[in-house]
Design a binder for this molecule. Structure first.
Ligand code: HEM
Length: 400
């Protein structure tokens, strides 16, 4: 297995055959010096909950780009996000935000999420085809996250474009110079934008997520200004690209399995199971990374301190050892589909899982109700983003 295997047009279109080959090749497969890759569910689960495994984002940059690259603005910005941190810094920032993301708080957002979905559908043309990605799946989570962060909705599309460039720095396969330059430029733009927002919010705090994050330094100056800015950017991008791509991927999986779509149309009480199964079938976050913080044993293999493991969540979700007929979308799976690992596991389990699930349920439910004859006209000719981490399509052309 080579990094280039993970960046071909065929792979972007359908990564699952390669994941199967990877699983056949071995349980922990070497891909670079000191670096393994795995697509086996049981190993991935064990790695995610192993406290001796942690984050080492800049180590994974070093392995792929060389020592000098760690100073690039995009990699620096990503490395300061708590998504990439280990305890105790991770624990402190995460704990601060947990309250805002707990079930009760998120349930309060049901009405506003529904209103956003309805508003976007009201604006769709009825007499001609439209793009569900740019008109629905992208704006829906952005509007939600702008609201939660109290960021101007008019700035959303520009911010969203920058985020699209920045998230390239999460790719497993190394970026070429042009893509890296665009990720760096986006990091600078986002930092400048949010620096300004933060200054204003410091002067006039509110009840939004940025104000919550700013309160971290109230009891001591533990986080630098750059760290605060990066974590504001984290909240913005984590809540948006992931969810928008997942709405699209779920629609594609359902429309590729018309019997399951029909079942959902007639049994809307199956919606929570359908969302969970769509996330298993084709999740938007395909990959996460971990580093051995100290020597540890995984699957009978000793991983010395500093060993990097590239974890393919998308592959775990299709592991035939865990899921019967894994390539099929089966809403009523006999086994518990919550075993899907799409929101990761251990201490980095997705902070926004509840919010993402709410948005997915409302997005699908509203589309099913309001557009019962929705037809995806480019289903057989989809353009997938040239990315191996955040999986999604560039457009979904549809008619009522
Ligand atoms: C379908 C949509 C989503 C998917 C598939 C997803 C997936 C993930 C995954 C896999 C991780 C763990 C990364 C790791 O283990 O290294 C994660 C972490 C995270 N997610 Fe999500 N996510 C989604 C939506 C959201 C939303 C709506 C938010 C809200 C802002 C959010 C905020 C976060 C944050 C802050 C983290 C970092 C948690 C930590 O490191 O402790 N996510 N997400």
């Amino acid at each position: 297995m080579k990094f280039t295997d993970l960046s071909s047009a065929d792979f972007y279109r359908d990564p699952y055959p390669l994941y199967q080959r990877l699983r056949d090749e071995g349980r922990l497969v070497p891909i670079a010096p000191n670096t393994f890759i795995t697509g086996h569910y049981d190993i991935i689960h064990a790695l995610l909950v192993d406290r001796k495994m942690g984050k080492g984002y800049l180590d994974t940059v070093r392995v792929r780009y060389g020592e000098e690259a760690v100073h690039q603005p995009a990699f620096q910005a990503m490395s300061r996000m708590f998504l990439m941190m280990n305890p105790p810094a991770h624990t402190r920032l995460r704990a601060l935000l947990m309250k805002a993301f707990n079930g009760r708080q998120i349930d309060l957002l049901r009405e506003v999420t529904q209103a956003v979905a309805d508003e976007l559908i009201d604006a769709l043309p009825v007499d001609r085809p439209f793009d569900l990605v740019s008109n629905f799946s992208v704006p829906m989570p952005i509007r939600m996250i702008c609201r939660l962060m109290d960021v101007r909705i008019d700035d959303a599309s520009l911010l969203s474009a920058h985020v699209g460039e920045l998230v390239q720095s999460l790719e497993i396969a190394p970026l070429n110079a042009e893509r890296l330059a665009s990720a760096n430029a986006a990091a600078r733009e986002l930092e400048a934008y949010f620096k300004d927002v933060i200054e204003k919010r410091r002067r006039k705090p509110g009840t939004d997520l940025i104000s919550t994050l700013l309160s971290v330094n109230d009891d001591g100056d533990a986080f630098s200004e750059d760290e605060i800015i990066s974590n504001v950017i984290l909240l913005f991008f984590a809540g948006h690209e992931t969810t928008s791509n997942m709405i699209g991927n779920a629609l594609i999986s359902l429309h590729r399995h018309p019997d399951q779509l029909d079942k959902l149309r007639t049994h809307q009480e199956l919606l929570p199971q359908a969302v969970s199964e769509c996330m298993r079938h084709d999740t938007s976050v395909q990959f996460v990374g971990r580093v051995a913080l100290e020597e540890t044993q995984v699957d009978g293999v000793t991983l010395p301190k500093g060993t990097i493991v590239l974890i393919l969540l998308g592959a775990a979700n299709r592991d035939p050892a865990y899921f019967d007929k894994p390539d099929e979308l089966i809403i009523e799976r006999p086994e518990n589909t919550n075993r899907s690992i799409s929101f990761s596991g251990g201490i980095h389990y997705c902070l926004g899982a509840r919010l993402a699930t709410l948005q997915l349920e409302i997005a699908l439910e509203t589309l099913l109700k309001r557009m019962p004859n929705l037809c995806l006209t480019n289903l057989h000719d989809l353009q997938w983003h040239s990315r191996n981490t955040l999986r999604g399509v560039t457009s979904l052309i549809a008619t009522h």
